[in-house]
Design a protein around this ligand. Structure first.
Ligand code: ARG
Length: 284
């Protein structure tokens, strides 16, 4: 039963139901091991990590947080494409009028930091909700963040993608794998794993299909440390550079089911080639 629940939650399209059911913070278990297998961090240690919020859709308890994001420019925030899906937002992204980015807030129950309106949402047209290929979107902010809140993206060929590299994943998501949503930011230390580990774990089927060109495999071979529901769109950082966005996985922190991340070098490649299309859409 537990396994079934976890499998169901692993599918991004089902996140809407899961996220809408986020319990009040007081009902969340006081888990010490948290993301899953992580530790509390202050947002000043990773100022590029932001929370996506829609109080209309997800309620006020945890400031409306439903996904993560990462600032890659003063007005540019990357998140997962599936976070902008109609299943999650309940409407087209252009109609989610209270969509905001929360920066500089460690604890979602506090008033710390700033809430910035999203001026435009650009969803990667190459995103495929069946395989989860191309799971990224670009949010344009109405107000700029400080330059110190911006992280560099690791481009194609960056050594930070090497198997065995230590990386940190950040988020306000489930810390228990069973719906224990955090209100404080957490991080977990994971390693870049061989593509083969994810190819074997995710050969295809309804949960997604691992594709090394656009996805990155990370976690711990023995499990225990991982991203989880609610962390989607948040950063995976190695050597001070962004290498992945939380995208999907089967359950959380399970041995043999690593986390799958959107490969940031593929985002860089796509945005370079697609700058014209993006500019046209933003102008429209
Ligand atoms: N799809 C999930 C979300 O929307 C993220 C799942 C990540 N899972 C994992 N085991 N790394 O929050």
């Amino acid at each position: 039963m537990r396994r079934l629940v976890a499998r169901t939650l692993a599918r991004p399209l089902v996140l809407a139901a899961a996220a809408a059911a986020i319990p009040p913070a007081s009902a969340a278990p006081a888990a010490a091991d948290v993301v899953v297998g992580g530790f509390p961090v202050d947002v000043s240690q990773s100022p590029w990590t932001v929370a996506l919020s829609s109080r209309d859709r997800f309620g006020d308890t945890r400031a409306g947080q439903f996904c993560g994001g990462v600032a890659v420019g003063r007005t540019a925030v990357l998140t997962a494409a599936h976070c902008m899906s109609e299943e999650v937002l309940g409407t087209a992204p252009g109609r989610a009028y209270d969509l905001k980015v929360i920066a500089g807030r460690t604890d979602l129950l506090s008033k710390q930091g700033t809430e910035i309106a999203v001026r435009n949402v650009w969803v990667n047209p190459g995103y495929d909700g069946t395989t989860n290929v191309g799971d990224f979107a670009v949010l344009t902010l109405a107000q700029p963040l400080p330059q110190t809140s911006v992280i560099a993206m690791a481009g194609p060929g960056d050594p930070a993608y090497a198997v065995g590299t230590t990386a940190l994943v950040y988020g306000w998501g489930d810390t228990t794998g069973g719906g224990g949503y955090a209100h404080g930011l957490h991080a977990a230390r994971v390693h870049v794993l061989a593509d083969a580990a994810c190819r074997e774990a995710y050969p295809g089927g309804w949960g997604g299909t691992y594709r090394s060109e656009s996805m990155l495999c990370a976690g711990e071979p023995a499990g225990g440390r991982d991203a989880c529901q609610g962390d989607s769109g948040g950063p995976l950082v190695a050597d001070g550079r962004l290498i992945g966005l939380v995208s999907w996985g089967d359950g959380c922190g399970r041995a043999g089911s690593p986390g799958v991340y959107t490969r940031v070098s593929d985002i860089v490649r796509t945005l370079r080639g697609d700058r014209g299309a993006r500019a046209r859409q933003q102008g429209a």
